[in-house]
Ligand binder design. Sequence first.
Ligand code: ADP
Length: 399
Amino acid sequence: MKILVFNCGSSSIKYQLFEMPEGKVLAKGLIEKIGEKISKAKQQAGDKEIKIEKPINDHDEALNLMKDLLTDKEKGAVKSLSEIEAAGHRVVHGGEDVSGSVVIDDNVINIIDRYCDLAPLHNPPNLKGIRAAINMLGNIPQVACFDTAFHQTLPQVAYMYALPYEIYEKFKVRKYGFHGTSHRYVARRAAEILNVDKYKLNAITCHLGNGCSMAAVKDGRSIDTTMGLTPLEGLVMGTRTGDFDPAVIFYLIGKGYTAKDLDTMCNKKSGLLGISGISNDVRELEEKAKTGDKRAQLALDMFAYRIKKYIGAYIAVLNNVHCIIFTGGIGENGSIMRKRIIQNLEGVGVILDDVKNNETTGGKEGDISAENSKIKVLVVPTNEEKAIAQDTYSLVTKK
Ligand code: ADP
């Protein structure tokens, strides 16, 4: 069964065509800078590659181009779109209404629409992609996989903020958590690697990419996570603050900053970029730190320190932990960063094997902990698209 997976952002569309249940990738594409002067599209189907640069005004135009690329006579992946039997979509926010992937109907569309308010940068383009895909692919089943869904098992004690209770009742202000598809995917894979029943696995999952979050997974279910109402809470990220005293906001409003200024500052100008003043890219900061740049070093150290603090917190929350899992661009490749995070954790039973740590980069999977480490440390490359294809396949074939 051919399943097309969409990840529609505000200015980009990522897609992958899978043959399921094998999980074979037939085509993989990225259309980016939609709405800018020059947009870019590229697609890889087997060894055939297409690259295009031209203006693409909106998501409908982008999806039309995707259709042409997928069905390209020489370099495409299918003869006709009618070969595609189902579609899966990444959706960011499903709030309290969804705790797993679901077949899209009017009710699901209404839910995604309702949470546009809480995820204004993500849910609207997700919805646009779904609507355009329904137009394009006709009457095939389409499935939505929510970033928030895996974290719907958080107990109330973990998801509530200690604000007046009516703020939760009136506005549903609470911790939701994100990157759920990735946390679930790597936790399930770790259970296979360690040969533990997936519903008995206790893990601390660290998704460290452009956005970063961690989850405490008990018996295979998320019971706490670092991101909150929005993806701003928790870890230090490329350009986001993560945790800080909310009174800073009131103080800066007193100094003349507007709510909009502060929103932009906290989401786009902070984190690794804000501290270093150089870049949000860990690779670049590692290079600068080697040459003695103090702020690059500080940014990297703060990034690692915050993760270490949450590892300690989640060891306490879980009581018994099989493994710590690293994933995402930094988690999968940043061996120096992993060492910075894991060093001096012998006291809580976590010890790295330096050789294995250095060898496990570039999409490799592996156990990077020392023989005598009580808690295993694993690198598991994430694959959200594959997880979405798997969910879509199992929902569509269940009927
Ligand atoms: P996204 O969250 O957008 O999916 P990725 O998971 O691809 O992002 O992660 C992107 C980040 O991965 C980059 O910002 C970069 O800092 C980091 N990264 C990529 N390669 C390396 C590397 N070799 N060492 C350290 N960090 C890396």
